[in-house]
Design a protein around this ligand. Sequence first.
Ligand SMILES: N[C@@H](CCC(=O)N[C@@H](CS)C(=O)NCC(=O)O)C(=O)O
Length: 206
Amino acid sequence: MSRFTLHGFHLSVPAYKVALAISMMGESFDFKPTNLRAGEHKKPEFIAINRFGQVPALEDKVAGFSLCQSTAMMEYLAGVTGKMGGSSPEEKVRVREWLYWSFDKLNAPIFRIRAQRFGFRSFSQSIAEMYVSEGALALDTVNKHLEGRAFMVGNSVTIADIEIYGAVSCAAQAGHSFATYPNIAAFIANFETQKGFKTALAFMPV
Ligand SMILES: N[C@@H](CCC(=O)N[C@@H](CS)C(=O)NCC(=O)O)C(=O)O
């Protein structure tokens, strides 16, 4: 039995990010599937471990509590393992800047369009166009930052890379072309060679 239990769903990128963080930090976890299409995330037993009724939920059996929100989970994991949170005070705050920026500008336009395509959300064409154009602006910001860099912060993989990878790896599913963002394409290729990397389905089978 592992210290951590991750409750997730194979299509959930937030759950995938936490799986990546645990694996890339050299730790292990037990995976428990939560079927979103069957509404399992709204059942009382799930709300008891994630008050927001969302996957992922992360149980830390050593600490004796469970966590909500994938980014908070990654920050917690970086804290308890001492890994991937940045190696100096400046790097640590740069990592957090990307986490908050991504939440603000990158995730919504990518994941709302993806959720629409997978049948989890519906909205009008004009709202879809707004998300595509906001997504393009955010991807452009990441692409420019990655000019001449292999990682979002510093010289090794951090949770900022996992955060950004989670979104940019879904860019094509949200209507964007990697041809426009060559630095992002190179970042993805490099990220996928890092120790502990696996695909979402390898962590979270259907
Ligand atoms: N900000 C949250 C987002 C979690 C989230 O949106 N989870 C989706 C699946 S990817 C979900 O559970 N959706 C159902 C719902 O929100 O009711 C996180 O990063 O953990």
